[in-house]
Design a protein around this ligand. Sequence first.
Ligand SMILES: [Zn+2]
Length: 155
Amino acid sequence: MTTAKFRVVPVPTKIAEAARAAAEAGAADHAVVITDVPQAYPCRHCLRWGNVGERMVLFPFASIPPGHPYSESGPIFVHADPCERYCATDEYPADFREGRAVRAYNSQHEMIAAEVANGLGPEVLIERFLQMAETAFIHIRSATRGCYTMGIERQ
Ligand SMILES: [Zn+2]
């Protein structure tokens, strides 16, 4: 295995904890749902699929912050119970190899490239986009539902 030139960026623990607290407090835009089918509820904090029966918090996450033309907020899950933040950040998480779109952004938060990792494996697109000098960061998303999965930064 070659040394990765990128770093995986899961959702920060403080965001996962805030989402759990907001769900507990009954916030209208935070829902607790029970995983009923496998590989349908991805936790953006530990970067694993929710197991059937596990409780997940569903809430809107601003993957691109407000104040930009490409500003974006959308639904993501985190485990409702505390989980360990993904720490193998020099390895692409095995649970999310399939059905992912890879988007590159410049330092102004503008999307400059996007492709679906059909058969290639997401790392191929990540490495290709990071070879573009203007790429500041990358987002991995669900190719079907479009939901944010994780960030990728240069190593
Ligand atoms: Zn989790």
